[in-house]
Structure formats: C-alpha cells, structure tokens
Design a protein around this ligand. Structure first.
Ligand code: NOJ
Length: 533
C-alpha cells in the first residue's frame, strides 16, 4: 500500500543512461539492461524523466504527444518490457505526468490557435487580448522570460505560460481539458506504471488578484484526480512537484486525499547552507516550520536533480551566501539557482559527499538519488541551461564511458579531470570497496533494514555544539540515531544511551563519541527509545 515510504528513488533520463542501439541516445532497452545495476545499489523505484515525443526545447517537459514514446528512446513494446523486467526485480517505475502545460507543437495547441475564439478547442489554453491579466504572478524562468504571456500571431491573442514561451499552459477551467488529462493518466496507469510525478502542479488554475499558485481550484482538481486513482487502481502513487513554502507544500497532501508524496523543496538548499556554515541551524529551522503531514503521505528528500539547485525558497541574504559559496564560477548561476551536480558543488570532497548522502538517506522522508551522483559524477558548464547536469552516465573507462558505441553522443561525455569517465565510472567504483558507491550501497542496505528511517517519528536532540546535527527516528520497536558533524574540525557528542554503530559495528554505552570533520554516525538504539545527545 504505502510502499513509497520505504522506497529508495533513483531519478534518471532514458536518454542519458545507456544506449543500446549505437545512435548516441540512451534508450529503453539500454535502461532495461542496466536494471541489475540499480538493484545492486539497493534502489527500489526508478523515476524517469519525460520520454514522450517533443521538440526537446525543455528536454521533454515540452510534450507534443502524451501517449507515445520518442522513437529515439524506443517503442511502447520496449516500455512494456522495461516494466515487466523491473517488476520481476521488485523495482517500481514512476513516470512524468506533465499536467500544467504542453509544447506549442502539441496538436491541441495547433488546433487551439486556429479555432474560433471562445470555442472549446481554442479554450484548451488560456488566452487574453492583453498581457496585463494575472499581473501578480511571478516569472519562473527569469533568465529567459520576462512575462507569462506570449503573443500568438495565428490566434491574434496572447497565451499564458508559466515556463518557456513555447510551453502554453493548459486551461483547467475547460472540462474537456480535465478529461483529456485524466485519459492520459489512465493510459500510463493501464500500462502498469507504479506512480506519476505531477509536474508543476501548483499552477493549474489562474485567478485575477492572486499569484495564481496553490489556488483552491487546483487542490480541488488534484482531489478529483486522486479520487479517480483510488477508485480504479491499487498501489499506485502520485508525487507532486510543488516548489513551495512548507505550509503551502503540505497542502498538496490534502487530508491524505491529494498526492501521496511531495518533495521537500525548502529543506534542500538548507542542507547545503548548513554545510557551508558548519552549523545545523538552517536544517532544524525549516523542519521546525514544517507542519505534520497525514499518516499515509511522505516527503521526498533530494540533494540534486535534473534542474538547477533552486534557491527560490531561501531569503535574499541566504541566496547571496549560497551563490558566494557554491557558485564561484558565474556560469553556474541559472534563473534563481545553481546549475551544478553534487560532487562539483562539494569540491569533490569525499567526506562531504558521504555526509550529504547520510542526510539524504537519514532525514525523515524517502530519498531521491540523481543518476551519477552515486559515482560523484561531474557536470559540464559549457552546455547551455540545465544540460550540463544531464550528460551520459559513466559506466566504465572505455570509449564514451561505456554509454554508447556511437561516434558522437547526444551531449559529450565528461572527459576532463577530475570528473572524467576514465576515473569516475561505475565499474571503477564497484571494484573499489572504499568508494562512495559502496558507502551509499551500505547505507541503503542499513536503511532498508530499519523501518524507522522511512516511517519513524523524528525527535531532534539539539546537542550543545551547533556544528552537530543529531536526531532520532522512532518506529514501533525500531529506533535509529543520526549524528552528523557539519564542520571541518573534530567534534564530540555525549551519547546518553546505548547503541550500535550501524557502519562500524561499534557498541556505545552512554559515552562520548568523537566525530571526525564531516563525519556521521548511524546508531541503532538499545532499547529502542530514550536517546539523548
Ligand atoms: C519542472 C521540471 O523539473 C523542469 O525540468 C521543467 O523545465 C519545468 N517543470 C517546466 O516544464
């Protein structure tokens, strides 16, 4: 039922993962051939970025056809094979439901712009005679757009778009649109996908005098889609993408009747901020402001994904501090964020990488690992927009990183020091027992043995040293304690309990624990309660 609570998510792009046909694009058979790699790491759910026919001006989030597959990635039969091979391995598959907008190349938009004003066909999208409506709405892609309206010469009217101007927003006031989106939902659920990520879900409706985000109408629509899911399908999951302040983000869980999961966007930058400051304050501060969520729901915790590290949910001062610390190369700034992968953000410091993974895998919620971050892959700032964090997966040290036999790959493979595929690749990492990859694999295995990680009640222990973050997670008879030293110097924590270090096997009995710079401990408590640090 609530499998997503114990899940380890792995986000990847079919195009970036493995090319089986030799055309330089990753494809479905390629991904299927690598499922054992994911099982070996301990992953339980694969989230796939959009793979639908698309002009690829927003990497597939500009959908031109919701119910088929870009032929470069494969066929519907290949997708069915992926699903059955994944399910045979007890891996689940989550795909994208891009609910807010389409590409301007989608037949719905091409039809709409030519249809008479006021007709149901025209009203698939949001039109206006003037670009002044809904003026309280922020622009999201600040580096490329100045307005949420774009002029369409064919329609002779402006259309509304929250993202790129080639991505018109669907009009949810039109019941035919609502039904069309439901039909798309059914199409993928009928094929057997286990979950759908609801892209950009806060922006479905527009109302004058509001900021057009999180409107009651949007929540009502989400409840309707969820009721449909519950009526017709079992064991499936909705994952909302709602980049919002905690009080607004929790609304996407409804009363357990909207989405099952939602990412904790405001927490993510604060993990980096806490590390930069060597002080746990920002993490406790935001979790303190996060309201409780319904029992059946779960936060998605992430460090990095396919987008820029968004800084929309921090203050101006914090943003300036983050840019100063993490975006020294000005090319790394994009929109309101930083377009870098995890390892380059952390200067490839293996201690800080492990520490951040210990928070990703330890904090309350279910973790999302971005493909390649388990290897400490780098990025390519010479590529535009967010493409630099979407380069081919580095499998081994052979040509094209073992990703493809093609003369040229869709984006170049990273081949310069220190992140080049010659040294940073899965084969090398798996051969080296001391690698980050093996550490993550071990941490995932520990996590999967202890339901407290995914299901526990969190208790923050506030040690006197602000560089030390310590919290316990309690679930039934299982209790784990996570201690992290966010600073670059040795620290101590007094453990007022008895427990076993899950990584080293060391037993502690109410004693002082020395924690090396950026060190972390996961301790199972015996008996399973009463931790103090
Ligand atoms: C959110 C996706 O994560 C991002 O990659 C995309 O550009 C926007 N939605 C717009 O589709």
């Amino acid at each position: 039922m609530d499998w997503y609570k114990d899940a380890i998510f792995y986000e990847t792009h079919i195009r970036s993962f493995k090319d089986s046909s030799g055309d330089g694009f990753g494809d479905l058979p390629g991904l299927t051939s690598k499922l054992d790699y994911l099982v070996d790491l301990g992953v339980t759910v694969v989230w796939l970025l959009p793979f639908y026919p698309s002009p690829l001006r927003d990497d597939g989030y500009d959908v031109a056809d919701y119910t088929s597959i870009d032929p470069r990635y494969g066929t519907i039969d290949d997708f069915k094979t992926l699903l059955s091979e994944a399910h045979r391995r007890e891996l689940r598959i989550v795909t994208e439901l891009i609910v807010n907008h389409t590409s301007d190349q989608h037949p719905w938009f091409q039809r709409a712009r030519r249809a008479p004003a006021g007709s149901p066909e025209r009203d698939f999208y949001v039109w206006s005679d003037s670009p002044d409506r809904y003026s309280d709405t922020r622009v999201i892609f600040t580096d490329s757009e100045t307005s949420n309206w774009a002029w369409d010469p064919v329609a002779g009217a402006y259309y509304w778009h929250r993202f790129f101007s080639h991505q018109p927003d669907l009009n949810y006031d039109n019941p035919i649109v609502r039904q069309a989106v439901l039909d798309v939902t059914d199409f993928w659920l009928d094929l057997g996908v286990d979950g759908l990520r609801l892209d950009a879900v806060p922006y479905l409706y527009e109302r004058e005098g509001t900021n057009c985000e999180n409107l009651p109408e949007t929540h009502a629509e989400l409840k309707r889609i969820r009721a449909h899911l519950d009526e017709h399908y079992r064991d499936r999951m909705f994952l909302a993408e709602a980049n919002q302040w905690p009080s607004d983000a929790v609304a996407y869980f409804g009363e357990g009747d909207e989405s099952h999961m939602n990412y904790h966007f405001p927490l993510m930058p604060r993990l980096f901020l806490a590390l930069a400051r060597g002080n746990r304050g920002p993490i406790e501060w935001i979790l303190d402001r996060t309201p409780p969520i319904p029992a059946s729901t779960q936060w998605g915790i992430f460090l990095r994904n396919h987008d820029e590290l968004t800084l929309e949910m921090v203050t101006d001062e914090e943003r300036a501090e983050m840019y100063e610390f993490y975006a020294k190369d000005p090319r790394a700034k994009l929109n309101v964020g930083i377009r870098r992968r995890l390892a380059p953000l952390l200067d490839n410091d293996q201690r800080r990488l492990r520490l951040m993974f210990s928070l990703l895998l330890g904090l309350p919620g279910s973790p999302f690992i971005y493909y390649g971050d388990e290897l400490g892959m780098g990025d390519n700032l010479d590529l535009p927009d967010r493409d630099g964090v979407r380069t081919p997966m580095q499998w081994d040290s052979s040509r094209n990183a073992g990703f493809s036999t093609a003369a040229e790959t869709f984006f170049p493979v990273i081949d310069d020091e220190p992140f080049g595929y010659q040294t940073v690749n899965a084969a090398t990492a798996m051969d080296d027992k001391s690698s980050l990859w093996h550490w993550i694999k071990a941490a995932i295995a520990i996590r999967r043995r202890h339901p407290a990680f995914g299901r526990g009640q969190v208790e923050f222990l506030h040690p006197s040293d602000p560089a030390v973050l310590a919290f316990a997670l309690h679930y039934e008879r299982d209790s784990v304690l996570v201690i992290a030293n966010l600073s670059d110097s040795d620290r101590r924590a007094d453990l007022g309990a008895e427990g076993v270090d899950e990584f080293s096997g060391t037993t502690y009995v109410g004693q002082q624990i020395e924690i090396e710079p950026y060190g972390c401990r996961w301790i199972t408590l015996v008996p399973a309660d009463g931790a103090t640090v």
